[in-house]
Design a protein around this ligand. Structure first.
Ligand code: NIG
Ligand code: FE
Length: 389
């Protein structure tokens, strides 16, 4: 059953070969045809081919579905009191993760699955059609494997983050915990995961431990990603570049050498402005990265501790207002940038052959995502040509 989407006031294709000549490839008066979940034709509405069904979006803007390349959606419990304490002057530390670990271990499978699907639906209502989901709040073999099995039921982009923090029971012997992560835990988790990740930061894992974890994942066929340089300068970004990871996320504190290494290696820098918002920290300098030629992805990092937002529109608005990104750059980083972070060629754009993942905005242009912060502008969201929100 083919579908013609027409009456599009402004279509963000993400194809630099078409439209206004920008990386977003913006077309006006456009239409596109979807068949079997894939974009089959894109062009001027006047010349659109016939299709089995048609949807007229009445002049609204249509954008590629957001690709949220970093989230931690398998969890239980609530840390709003910790947030309130931060807003009263406390500082964020990696140790808060353990509170969520305790709540997640205590939760039943149905409770975790229900909470997970609620958050995925919440993302869909805000235009997100691809989401990466990490484990990392179980930290036992069984709890990490459970988290990844649950995540794999809702996304292809699953990440084993056994190296999120050293759990309480290994506090006196972190080396033994790294052995567990790279041994039995990895064996139990690898089948449910596409990626391996580690939190390389003071209070979590040092650079040697992070290297050991990523190399163990790579040896069993997982792609590599890393959390690094969130709370201060550190060696994590250089490690990601040296190993050729797909992405290194946070990148809040960077030296010139870090920026140069990112540009030279092609490792995607994932920026997570919800974290700086929710921890009242300085934002990463996206402008510096972009001017150096680094590929930047924007993601929510949705998690109960450092960034409990599922909203890519909020991240776009923060990136524009606080991180010196142009609206077009933020839009690109939330779609094609996220796809680059996940090494996905089929999402983040609306060109012939792409997955038909898109959002219809209650706005004439995508610029409204930053211009009208906090306003629910997503009128509908479609994944593989089917309306999902
Ligand atoms: O990406 N940095 C490590 N993990 C999360 C925070 C998790 C938490 O505080 O529960 C993050 O910010
Ligand atoms: Fe994270």
């Amino acid at each position: 059953m083919s579908l013609l989407v027409t009456g599009i006031g402004e279509l963000v294709t993400g194809d630099p070969q078409v439209g206004d000549g920008s990386p977003l490839g913006v077309l006006s008066g456009a239409a596109f045809v979807v068949d079997a979940g894939t974009v089959r034709w894109v062009g001027d509405a006047v010349g659109a081919p016939a299709a089995d069904q048609a949807v007229d979006v009445a002049g609204r803007s249509v954008i590629p579905g957001f690709v949220d390349s970093h989230s931690h959606l398998v969890f239980a419990g609530d840390r709003s009191a910790e947030f309130a304490a931060r807003m009263a002057g406390e500082t964020y530390s990696a140790g808060g993760i353990r509170a969520t670990v305790a709540a997640t271990r205590a939760a039943g499978d149905e409770q975790l699955a229900a909470q997970l699907s609620r958050h995925v639906a919440e993302m869909a209502r805000q235009g997100t059609t691809t989401v990466e989901i990490k484990s990392g709040y179980g930290l036992t073999v069984a709890d990490e494997a459970r988290a990844l099995a649950l995540a794999a039921a809702v996304t292809r982009e699953t990440t084993f983050l056994g190296a999120h923090v050293v759990p309480q029971e290994y506090a006196d012997d972190p080396a033994a915990y790294v052995d567990l992560v790279t041994g039995p835990m990895l064996t139990a988790c690898a089948a449910h995961a596409r990626w391996i990740d580690a939190f390389c930061e003071v209070g979590a894992f040092d650079v040697d431990q992070a290297r050991t974890v990523l190399e163990a994942g790579r040896a069993v066929g997982l792609g590599m990603r890393l959390h690094a340089n969130q709370l201060g300068h550190g060696p994590g970004v250089q490690l990601a570049c040296e190993l050729g990871a797909a992405a290194v996320d946070h990148c809040t504190y960077l030296t010139d050498a870090d920026v140069d290494a990112l540009a030279a290696s092609g490792v995607v820098a994932g920026l997570l402005p919800g974290v700086e918002f929710s921890t009242r920290s300085p934002y990463p300098d996206a402008r510096r990265l972009l001017d150096a030629g680094v590929t930047v992805a924007l993601a929510t990092d949705c998690n109960p501790g450092s960034s409990y937002t599922s909203s890519m529109p909020l991240c776009i608005a923060l990136a524009v207002r606080e991180m010196r990104m142009a609206p077009a750059e933020a839009m690109w980083s939330a779609t094609r940038g996220g796809a680059a972070s996940l090494a996905r060629g089929d999402v983040g754009h609306l060109t012939v052959g792409a997955r038909a993942d898109f959002a219809v905005l209650e706005a004439p242009t995508y610029l409204h995502l930053a211009y009208r912060p906090g306003v629910p502008l997503v009128a509908s969201t479609w994944a593989a040509g089917r309306q999902v929100a």
